[in-house]
Design a binder for this molecule. Structure first.
Ligand code: PLP
Length: 436
């Protein structure tokens, strides 16, 4: 073996990265630029060359309190000196039990059984398995399919991919090896618009037709995230809850993106005042510090699963309930609940509404949408991912669009002043025709 290449300079490190490392959804032949991060603090990301970027992405929904938070740092320092990891088969520990107690306390009522998973996608796999095992235990083994809506995103693993939007879900290549589920029309009535009772027709028809083979409906409540950044009417969720009960189908809410305050409620399903039978959490669970997710369900579902064959729930990842990740999550939830997060979200929402509004006049722009601390500028055509992130970096902000969507979901602690840099940069970049 040859010794590792010298990586002393930033250029050498970047060259090595281009040669050897995959980034999310990237090509090794023509990789888009990546920027070398040295450190991050609050809402600022510092590059190796000393430039700083205002973070408008919260590292994909997760860093809700900003980077390098003293209380979460301290919790991790304290935990690492006690117990960094131990297998969860045959053991338990304070970080897991305390976090589970917190999650049960803050999530809707029937959810009081917690399964800790490693990532959002895995928590979706776990939710799907729970639903299928539930019906097998209830002597209805034919109920193995899922119903979902178009435009959804639930993760990149096989079970999760199978319920992502079949067209723009980024996984078309795998269609023939994926389990075939059932797709209803996407929710078309926007959040805040007036309800129309025929909007639920596609979901209702599919439930009526397929309920004998349906284990569960899975849906992202209120906000369809990576599948299109679309905000829909809460009445969908109320109607889906009623229909699921009527047709004997479980209801899974994927709150991986929306959980922990992002939409102005602690969980997005609170906009509709309904609870699921199974809920997936991830992303902001640890304040963006560690990979951790959780699947919560009711005692009813959990005991049914355990009453059937083989008498246990069939999942158990190696790093289940990792104590460091749990400690970060406990601290992050405490920081959230001790903060005036509702005020922060309302402030960010009002700011984005006012300061993204001028974008609507730009020729490149199709539509502006804002809900909670999420701002979306939908364009008429897709951006060039080799040039647009660079254009934002040149303007001192971190915005990473995908497809036709330029969107922001900053840390809740971002100041109005920092936010105005972000919205000014968006307007500036979208006004620059050679960039689009
Ligand atoms: C990000 C996301 C996932 C997948 O989570 P990973 O941690 O990336 O596996 C699933 N569902 C939703 C709604 C998400 O936003």
């Amino acid at each position: 073996m040859s010794p590792p290449a010298p990586l002393a300079t930033t250029e050498e490190m970047l060259a090595f990265d281009r040669e050897h490392i995959w980034h999310p959804y990237s090509s090794v032949i023509n990789p888009p630029p990546v920027f070398p991060v040295a450190r991050a603090n609050g809402t600022q990301i510092e590059l190796e060359d000393g430039r700083t970027l205002i973070d408008a992405m919260a590292s994909w929904w997760s860093v809700i309190h900003g980077y390098n938070h003293p209380r979460i740092n301290q919790a991790l320092h304290d935990q690492i000196d006690e117990l960094a990891h131990v297998m969860f088969g045959g053991f338990t520990h304070r970080p897991a039990t305390q976090l589970a107690a917190q999650l049960i306390e803050i999530t809707p009522d029937p959810l009081n059984r917690v399964f800790f998973a490693d990532s959002g996608s895995v928590s979706v796999e776990v939710a799907i398995k729970m639903a299928i095992q539930f019906w097998a235990s209830r002597n209805q083994p034919a109920k193995q399919k899922l119903l979902t809506v178009r435009g959804g995103y639930h993760g990149d693993t096989f079970g999760a991919m199978a319920v992502c939007d079949p067209v723009n879900g980024m996984h078309g290549l795998f269609t023939s090896v994926l389990p075939q589920h059932i797709f209803a029309d996407r929710p078309t009535i926007p959040f805040g618009a007036s309800w129309s009772s025929d909007a639920i027709a596609s979901i209702e028809r599919n439930l009526r037709e397929h309920c004998a083979e349906l284990a569960a409906v899975i849906i992202e409540p209120i906000v369809q995230g990576a599948g299109g950044m679309w905000f829909y009417h809460p009445e969908y969720l109320r109607q889906i809850r009623t229909l699921c009960d009527a047709f004997g189908v479980l209801l899974v809410f994927d709150e991986i993106a929306t959980g922990f305050g992002r939409t102005g409620k602690l969980f997005a399903c609170e906009h509709a005042g309904v609870a699921p039978d199974i809920m997936c959490l991830g992303k902001a669970l640890t304040g963006g510090y560690m990979s951790l997710a959780a699947t919560l369900t009711s005692t009813d579902v959990a005991t049914s699963i355990s009453e059937g064959e083989p008498g246990v729930f069939m999942h158990g990842p190696t790093f289940m309930a990792n104590p460091l990740a749990c400690a970060a999550a406990i601290a992050s939830i405490e920081v959230l609940l001790d903060s005036p997060w509702q005020n922060n979200i309302a402030r960010i929402e009002a700011f984005l509404q006012k300061n993204l509004a001028p974008c609507a006049q730009l020729p490149a722009v199709d539509q502006i949408r804002v809900l909670g601390a999420i701002g979306v500028v939908e364009l008429k055509s897709a951006v060039d991912m080799h040039r647009i992130p660079q254009a934002f970096v040149d303007r001192g902000v971190w915005v990473r669009p995908f497809g036709r969507l330029v969107y922001v979901m900053p840390p809740y602690t971002i100041t109005d002043q920092a936010l105005s840099h972000v919205t000014d940069a968006i307007i500036d970049v979208l006004t620059d025709p050679p960039l689009l």
